[in-house]
Design a protein around this ligand. Structure first.
Ligand code: C2O
Ligand code: CU
Length: 500
């Protein structure tokens, strides 16, 4: 071998070493470095053209927040309230939100459920850098799909959403069907000795093995809230006899909630942001998983006061009661009977009006997603996808146009509400049985022992999270990424960028 050849071999070896130790090499296989193709900042551009522009300012700030019953918490808020400012736009609007960060930690805003360009998704380290204290960021997207949404920080979400960094977003139809339209965000708080936002497996180990898939979460929280208020401080819903309102519920917490309505007073009308089809449900209890949205049409049957209340079997349920009264000045009575029923609906009870696929499609990509819990040497509890914790979890590698099939299986003992960013999927079957009428959603609540098959079309190029919306589980590893070929993220996970 002559010197030239040895020289070039050496250069190649050095380059290779340089590559593997550089931040661009990423052994998890995530396209988060420069790996060819184009940057996610270059895809999915949307223009204002002649659309109406709706502009909002949201300032992340620290707020002493009164939950009610004398319980005060040091909250982190968008614009000084929990939930943050309510955003309501109309289909077709161009939405522009200026986020200003006055906290002393970095934050973002993720638009939960909204189909938008990847760079507007608000995931730190993947679609943007977290917004540093004192800095700003502008989010822009077209409100294409009417429905119920919410927004929340995606920076250390296990901590930041827990402390109050969330709010509601409604995309209204051009001609809304219901005159009265209300939003309720459910949440849980720690007001006792525990520290809001901290996750400690101790309590679980000491007991609370309640077998409902939530033994890890239950011991964390002592106060339940509706729109940031608890118990008597919950704002009543004002309706007259015979009136019907659209009530939109979002669960921003980490526990599932079961709301009970007076007999024959509701129909479930939407799951996540999709309308449900056919008959529509007339269950009396609605179970909402963490991160999930369910809309009901509620009719006020008489002028007598009524109540929409959490299932009284749940610990701390008493905090979560929405009184329904006929006029603003009505005194909310204590003796209204809480309806009790077992006719329950959840996010999988009703099929969707509009399907993504008429027939079960032939997938181009199949991904088996096994959800489990494990121990990490020296670090304690971890939550896993296919035996790995993020960022080691294997990505879902897709090409634009692919039909993707995901078999989600929960072999553990906890509930996992799995949420996909930037897409809707069609839930085709549960535990091997196909749905006659499939369900289109962006979140599927997978309980212990359950198995769901979902399909989606890879039609929104970028790098998108698919994760458990019990954010504590996400924090401990239950996240993967839908990784499109031909694009890369110029951002890096780590340091100030913590997407969970
Ligand atoms: Cu509610 Cu990853 O989001
Ligand atoms: Cu989970």
């Amino acid at each position: 071998m002559n010197r030239k050849v040895i020289g070039s071999i050496l250069i190649v070896i050095l380059l290779a070493i340089g590559y593997f130790i550089s931040p661009f090499y990423n052994n998890e296989g995530y396209n988060t470095g420069s790996q060819g193709g184009i940057s996610i900042l270059e895809v999915g551009a949307q223009e204002v053209r002649d659309r109406p522009v709706k502009t909002y300012e949201l300032t992340a700030q620290e707020t002493e927040w009164e939950l009610g019953d004398g319980k005060q918490v040091n909250a982190w808020t968008y614009n000084g309230t929990v939930p943050g400012e309510a955003l309501r736009v109309t289909k077709g609007d161009f939405v522009r939100v200026h986020l200003k960060n006055e906290l002393d930690v970095p934050v973002t805003i993720h638009w939960h459920g909204v189909i938008l360009p990847n760079k507007m998704d608000g995931v730190p380290g993947l679609t943007q850098d977290a917004v540093e204290p004192g800095e700003s960021f502008t989010y822009e997207f077209i409100a294409n799909d009417p429905g119920t949404y919410w927004y929340h920080s995606h920076q250390h979400s296990a901590d930041q959403v827990d402390r109050g960094l969330y709010g509601s977003l409604v995309i209204e139809e051009k001609e809304p069907e219901y005159e009265q339209d209300e939003f309720f965000i459910l949440d849980e708080w720690t007001t006792g000795s525990g520290d809001q936002g901290s996750f400690n497996m101790g309590g679980m180990m000491q007991g609370h093995m309640s077998g409902d898939g939530e033994m890890d979460t239950k011991q964390l929280y002592d106060t339940f809230t509706v729109n940031g208020k608890s118990g008597d401080a919950i704002e009543p819903l004002v309706m007259k006899e015979g009136e019907t309102a659209r009530l939109r519920f979002v669960n921003a917490g980490y526990q599932q909630h079961q709301l009970m309505f007076p007999e024959d007073s509701i129909k479930v009308i939407a799951n996540d942001s999709e309308e449900v089809s056919g008959e529509k449900g007339s269950a009396q209890v609605v179970e909402i998983a963490p991160g999930e949205r369910i809309d009901v049409a509620y009719i006020k049957q008489s002028d007598e006061p009524a109540v929409i209340a959490e299932n009284p079997n749940v610990e701390n349920a008493g905090d979560m009661q929405i009184p329904v009264v006929s006029n603003e000045n009505a005194v909310v009575q204590d003796d209204v009977t809480v309806p009790v029923s077992s006719a329950m609906a959840d996010g999988t009870s009703y099929g969707s009006e509009e399907l993504l696929f008429k027939e079960t499609p032939d997938p181009d990509v199949t991904y088996d997603m096994d959800l489990s819990m494990g121990m990490n040497m020296g670090e304690g509890m971890s939550f896993q996808i296919n035996g790995q914790s993020f960022p080691e979890t294997p990505p879902i590698k897709v090409e634009e146009g692919d039909i993707v099939k995901v078999n989600i299986k929960n072999e553990g003992r906890m509930n996992h509400p799995m949420h996909l960013h930037g897409h809707r999927f069609q839930v085709a079957s549960k535990n091997g049985t196909s749905y006659d009428n499939p369900i289109v959603k962006d979140m599927i609540h997978v309980k212990p022992g359950e198995e769901y098959v979902v399909y989606f079309e890879a039609d929104n190029k970028g790098e998108w999270l698919f994760h458990c919306h019990d954010n504590n589980h996400a924090d401990l590893g239950m996240i993967t990424i839908v990784d499109y070929k031909g694009v890369y993220s110029p951002f890096e996970i780590g340091g100030e960028n913590q997407p969970e």
